[in-house]
Design a protein. Structure first.
Length: 135
């Protein structure tokens, strides 16, 4: 069972720690691993915009570094009155690690939600099945 209120709180709390001096658009993510561990991430901007890290990818990187590679759910908390879905790069990374888990997007200042799953965010995802292998 997924404790959605706890994941939402974790995403909102970590959003406050985002480093976003350029966009001022703070994002937090709370990723629930298969074993029940919650990994959080916040966006980290850089003056060289291509080097920015999204909250979702920070949470995934932290989880994978800790040994988690299977996930149950993710909550993404964004700035402003309307929730925003993960960017294309985050969708691709999420699909690599499990296309069948739910995604909830929330906004910091409203009760609006986007309820979806990774596969719906990135239909026909590019995955390892497309890569040529000799094994």
């Amino acid at each position: 069972m997924i404790d959605w209120p706890a994941l939402e709180r974790a995403a909102l709390e970590v959003r406050e720690r985002a480093y976003a001096p350029y966009s001022r658009y703070h994002v937090g993510a709370a990723l629930l691993a298969a074993d029940g561990t919650v990994f959080v991430g916040a966006n980290v901007e850089n003056a060289s915009y291509g080097l920015c890290m999204c909250a979702e990818r920070v949470a995934i990187g932290t989880a994978v570094t800790a040994g988690a590679k299977r996930f149950q759910a993710i909550v993404v908390a964004t700035e402003g009155p309307a929730p925003a879905a993960p960017c294309g790069m985050c969708r691709q990374v999420l699909s690599e690690l499990g296309p069948n888990f739910p995604v909830r997007c929330i906004a910091a200042t409203s009760d609006d939600r986007i309820e979806t799953d990774v596969a719906s965010l990135l239909p026909h995802a590019f995955d390892g099945g497309y890569l040529a292998r000799d094994d």
